[in-house]
Design a protein around this ligand. Structure first.
Ligand code: F6P
Length: 545
């Protein structure tokens, strides 16, 4: 039976009629202990959902829905390697990537945990080789710049982590710069290559499939650049200047990356869940292997929390269920990610892929079109910058938006400079914005609010995730928290969060259109596409003259 016809879903529908209209201001007034009842903690984290439009009863009913949909059993399927990615017949074992050595998990007759650690050890050796200047470029000089070429999950996770954990960059790495290139049109390479020395630049081709055209196009351009600059044979260039992080060793070999330069992972790691694998090489290069392992430990702690903590105190479960409440019962379909910490500037882009590529599905696991809403539109920005961009809409627009505020409790302690005050300022802004969004006019103490354009309706729901501090460990936990939240929602919606057929089809359509750009017209195309191709052809002719 479709979930939206079940008794637990209908209970929630009725409950929404009863309390859905209640204003957050009233909810806070009527229950002084609201924060205590609706905030939850795990090691290093506080999750405050008291600014959500819920009561204890709402949570109870959401938990009943989760039980009805057998969330507990699904969590076990995920962790034990069942083929939860049914359309591709695969497990989704990203949690195994951060399991400690003394864990064990057999999958397809292989000891997955042993394989994971072997692969991490190989990555560790490579990191050491590069860091200690043993890895040399074509003329014998050590590597100074590492360029990660990858897109989607092979870019966003490492990019975000390198940015977030910059302060943990290892001192021995002074001088080694890590760069990221992803865009298919070559814009990044065009800007970056002139600033780099080919003799001291190493490229990491990060691609699970090693067939993504964006990545291969950038890789080819990088290799041409090296060949031209060095005038060395291609084999030598491949050997000294290319590493592959991939689950497709044959394709990497065919492209030219020698086996010894390949770091491997497995098809049971989804692209957007892969930063914990060798796809994390740029992170390990930047912050060192010990900090990388700390990040894995933090994620593992969240895995254990998710698997073992009772549902009513389980952070990913609560975060996921609150989203279900907003989307399916309060009709809110926009979700803003607002980190009040410049180090997490890339988090919104990362979560855009994690959430929308995972749960942006309209067909359930049985192949039926669902009649309820699934993943909302998700976007975001560093909160304090977003205040000067789109908060106007959040405060006074016509769209209901749910927000996640992410902030650290403490930063720059004991520094005795202006930065400590800046953290306090940012924290105050974070709390003030979520307060105004929730309570509206009632927080205004002056005469303001008198004119129609000075009214704040409030009642925009938000969650605040407060990290004690941002460390590799808490960062790992934060990302794992969101991964599992996405899984929780997928279970309720009955969709497979681990495939991405919509994107696959787009890639095929693009490949077939490439040839048309130089042809004199094809009747098989729609009028708009034909017209645009014709216009581009005319412009090219003009610009060639
Ligand atoms: O965008 C689709 C996608 O398949 C993502 O899921 C993936 O992260 C990205 O392309 C890159 O894929 P690959 O790592 O295989 O190059």
């Amino acid at each position: 039976m479709a979930v939206d016809s079940t008794s637990k879903w209908l209970n929630l529908k009725n409950h929404a009629k009863d309390i859905g209209g209640a204003h957050l201001g009233e909810l806070f007034k009527s229950d002084k202990k609201r924060f205590a009842a609706l905030s939850f903690s795990a090691d290093g984290f506080l999750l405050d959902i008291s600014k959500q439009r819920i009561t204890g009863k709402t949570l109870d009913k959401l938990l009943e829905l989760a039980e009805q949909e057998q969330l507990g059993a699904w969590i076990e399927k995920l962790f034990t390697g069942e083929k939860v990615n049914d359309s591709e017949g695969r497990a989704a074992l990203h949690s195994a990537l951060r399991s400690p050595t003394n864990d064990s998990l057999s999958h397809n007759g292989q000891d997955v945990i042993a394989d994971v650690h072997q692969s991490l050890d190989k990555m560790g050796l490579l990191v050491e080789q590069i860091r200690s200047a043993q890895w040399r470029g074509f003329d014998g000089r050590p590597i100074k710049d590492v360029v990660n070429i990858g897109v989607g999950g092979s870019n966003l996770g490492p990019l975000m982590a390198c940015d977030a954990l910059e302060q943990y960059a290892v001192s021995g790495m002074a001088g080694l710069q890590v760069h990221f290139v992803s865009s298919m049109d070559g814009s990044e390479l065009e800007k970056l290559l002139p600033r780099l020395n080919p003799a001291t630049t190493l490229f990491v081709i990060s691609s699970k499939t090693f067939s993504t055209i964006d990545t291969l196009a950038n890789g080819n351009t990088a290799r041409e650049w090296l060949l031209k600059a060095s005038e060395k044979p291609v084999e030598l260039i491949n050997q000294h200047h290319f590493i592959a992080a991939t689950a497709s060793p044959e394709a990497a070999c065919a492209w030219g990356v020698p086996e010894k330069n390949q770091l491997l992972f497995w098809d049971w790691v989804g692209g957007r869940y892969s930063l914990w694998s060798v796809i994390g090489l740029p992170i390990a290069l930047k912050i060192g292997m010990a900090n990388f392992r700390e990040m894995l430990d933090g994620a593992h702690e969240m895995d254990v929390h998710f698997r073992q903590t009772q549902m009513e105190k389980n952070l990913p479960v609560l975060l996921g269920l609150v989203g279900i409440w907003n989307i399916n019962f309060l009709d809110i379909h926009a979700h803003a990610i607002l980190p009040y910490d410049g180090r997490l500037a890339e988090l919104p882009s990362y979560l855009e892929q994690l959430e929308m590529e995972s749960n942006g599905k309209g067909v359930n696991r049985e192949g039926e079109r669902v009649a309820y809403r699934t993943c909302p539109v998700l976007w975001g920005e560093v909160g304090s910058n977003a205040q000067h961009a789109f908060y106007q809409l959040l405060h006074q627009g016509t769209e209901a938006v749910m927000c996640d505020f992410i902030v650290t409790a403490a930063r720059y302690e004991n520094r005795g400079d202006g930065l400590h005050n800046q953290h306090q300022l940012s924290l105050a802004n974070c709390l003030a914005q979520s307060r105004l969004l929730a309570l509206g006019d009632s927080v205004i103490t002056t005469d303001e609010g008198a004119s129609h354009y000075q009214h704040y309706d409030g009642n925009q729901p938000s969650t605040t995730i407060m990290l004690d501090e941002l460390t590799p460990k808490s960062f790992g936990g934060l990302i794992a928290l969101y991964e599992h939240k996405v899984f929780v929602q997928s279970v309720i919606w009955g969709v497979n969060p681990f495939d991405q057929w919509g994107v696959e089809q787009g890639k095929r359509v693009a490949t077939s259109l490439l040839a048309e750009l130089d042809s004199s017209g094809s009747d098989g195309l729609d009028g708009s596409t034909q017209g645009l191709i014709h216009y581009a052809q005319e412009q090219r002719k003009e610009q060639q003259q």
